[in-house]
Design a binder for this molecule. Structure first.
Ligand SMILES: [Zn+2]
Length: 368
């Protein structure tokens, strides 16, 4: 038999829980109690966390709760903001920043080994680059960064040498394209014209060119090639009647200027000088006695190079030059004979046509 104690009523379980909850809520309204409770909780949690198994379970619980919460945008947005701010604060610390970059670099290297990550990454980078470069300011900054990095790298010979080789090969490949070559030359010409306006560029350039020219001309073979090229260019140019006329006018004008610039005294002295030399040149073709300025020098090899008929040269030269070396031998003809001979015609008044001068008798020879 159960004895009921006076004044005490047996409470149901639900009644007791309700009362405990009520009591707890009331206590929590008390600020001081709340703080003590939190401290107790913190201590208890830290103690529990020393247990590895508890820690793992706690993290799993947190992760699961987090995933659920994140599905709600009203949780997600403030979380993103919090994270962003926390990130900014943390990054203000130089040491944190370095560690973060090292972590990122390491993670990046691992994922890059996977081609399925690498390929889309390359595409992303390429597109991002194109977008960024469309901004003029970004482009300028990028070029400045590149230039600065390049200057530093170039100080290292182990970078410089392969770079030179790469550039050389790229240049050769590019130049094989006719269009590129034309553009390159236009660029060079334009740059050159600008540079030449500056005397400090022009003077050393002239000196360099002169020295280079002298150096190559010292080579006999080069000199000869150069002269042949000039002669050929000249000949081609003269075939154009307009150009020929222009050349004639130009040389006539030059001669006129030259004569005009000579004073009477100079002219008189020059005349005296010339008549003192006497007519001492004999045209091998017509046998006339001539002053030097009445003759034209012709290279024998140039005559032999022409396709004349047999013995034509022997006839016009009256066998005078037989046996002499063809190369380097020069002959002085009178202007008339020279014009006929170079055109393959025998001059009318040539010795070969029987117009031989008699020997000058001693009493008529000019004495000095
Ligand atoms: Zn002659």
């Amino acid at each position: 038999m159960l004895i009921r104690m006076p004044g005490r009523r047996k409470k149901s379980d639900s009644q007791r829980r309700k009362e405990a909850k009520e009591k707890s809520r009331n206590l929590r309204l008390d600020e001081e109690y709340r703080e003590r409770e939190q401290e107790r909780d913190t201590v208890a949690r830290e103690k529990a966390r020393t247990n590895a198994e508890y820690r793992v379970q706690e993290q799993e619980r947190n992760t699961a709760a987090h995933q659920v919460a994140r599905q709600s945008e009203s949780f997600r947005t403030p979380e993103r903001n919090r994270n962003r701010i926390a990130q900014q604060v943390a990054r203000a610390d130089e040491e944190y920043r370095v560690q973060e970059q090292e972590r990122d670099t390491a993670a990046h290297q691992v994922v890059r080994q996977n081609e399925s990550f690498r390929t889309p990454e390359r595409n992303r980078n390429r597109i991002a680059q194109q977008v960024a470069r469309a901004d003029e300011e970004y482009r300028v900054q990028e070029q400045e960064r590149d230039t600065a990095a390049h200057q530093v790298a170039r100080q290292n010979e182990s970078f410089r040498t392969p770079e030179r080789n790469r550039n050389r090969i790229a240049q050769q490949v590019a130049r094989a394209d006719e269009e590129y070559r034309v553009q390159e030359q236009e660029r060079d010409t334009a740059a050159h014209q600008v540079a030449r306006q500056n005397e400090s560029f022009r003077t050393p350039e002239r000196t360099r060119n002169r020295a280079a020219q002298q150096s190559v001309r010292a080579n006999q073979e080069y000199r000869q090639m150069e002269q042949e090229k000039d002669t050929e260019a000249h000949r081609t140019k003269r075939q154009d009647p307009i150009k020929r006329r222009l050349e004639f006018d130009r040389s006539a004008e030059q001669k006129r200027k030259r004569v005009k610039s000579i004073s009477y005294e100079e002219l008189f002295a020059s005349y005296n000088q010339e008549i003192r030399q006497q007519p001492s040149f004999t045209c091998p073709c017509c046998g006339r006695l001539l002053y030097k300025n009445q003759t034209t020098v012709v290279k024998l090899e140039n005559l032999f190079a022409k396709d004349f008929e047999n013995d034509f040269l022997k006839t016009v030269l009256n066998n005078k030059l037989t046996g002499l070396p063809v190369v380097s031998t020069k002959v002085s003809f009178c202007h008339t004979c020279k014009n006929h001979i170079t055109n393959g015609r025998l001059p009318r008044l040539s010795i070969a046509n029987g117009f031989k001068f008699p020997t000058i008798p001693p009493e008529l020879k000019v004495t000095t």
